[in-house]
Design a protein around this ligand. Sequence first.
Ligand SMILES: Cc1ncc(COP(=O)(O)O)c(C=O)c1O
Length: 366
Amino acid sequence: MDFTTAQKLVAEHGTPVLFVSANRLRESYRSLAAALPGVELFYAVKANACEELLVILRDEGASFDVCTCGEIDIARRCGIAPERCLHTHPIKTERDIRYALDYGIDLFVVDNEAELNKFTPLRDRAQVLVRMSIQNPHCLVNLSHKFGVSPEKAFALIEKAHEMGLRVKGISFHAGSQNQSPMKYIEALDYCRDICWKAASQGFPLEVIDIGGGFPINYLEPVPSPAQFCRPVNEYLERYFAGYRIIAEPGRILCGPSVTLATRIIGKSLRDGVWWYYLDEGIYGSFSGKIYDHCDYPMAVARKGKRHTSVLAGPTCDSFDVLYENVPLPLMEIGDILLFGAMGAYTNASATTFNGYEKAKIVFVD
Ligand SMILES: Cc1ncc(COP(=O)(O)O)c(C=O)c1O
């Protein structure tokens, strides 16, 4: 978003504010759908649960990855049919399972025996995917640290589930968020092939492969386009998984690029020769992604001129609430607007109202 447009919108809506470009959101969905033909896209609601955003994706044809009763409520309020939802949390209470079943969701993810036991009384109503771990320490967020059975043990768990009379539909994995390499998906799919072959030869063929999320977006460094990134994954799926139902759970790549944060300088102070600027948005707000998502966002300022090493801090009383140290900025004034791009994923989702600050307003623009 350019500064002239942002200034006009800010005059109307105030700051801090997250502008969501509905067109950009649609474009993200369409380009991923085109990059992964034949793959059902289940938007990971946790990335950004804003209901207007979900409705736009619903109208584009998306399905939804939900993890909790709260996310199911959101899906229900957005008019999303249960057949278009998949429950992906590997650890659930009995209430969580029944809540999802009562809504009509019947496909769940498991990664351990204790979880299988929870499904035995419900074997006629529920089907499961077994989540396999795939270690990826080099991505932004390794999603196999906490969940997933190792590839070597995945088949045994599937076999166990089958022996217990559960309906095991297939395998899921998450190759790591903001994944740098499509080869991680191929590594995981190699394991899936082996597991599928074993299951078929034991007489219980699997039908579903869920390749998770992880597709990267441009933050400070450019990444390949969805089409480029997905090409090898796509080719592999076509070659070895024809006839399977293929699912993906994209979060970041759908909601991330469409959102711009506008925040305002509310105070400035020269401290030990360094300019400190205090913004009306910080670590406890939309910038929570800097902590939880280990993420950094592209910044733009309108002022020109000689740059000075500066500090940008959030508004709260906590000294931890410092966003950027050593950032080169022109001399800024109170009231100046700063724009941060690609702020749609894991930002407002984890924002708090610490210190009495309200969460940034969300405004949809075209
Ligand atoms: C199970 C699961 N699926 C999908 C996602 C979405 O991942 P991404 O935003 O990297 O596409 C996540 C993210 O935490 C996840 O835990």
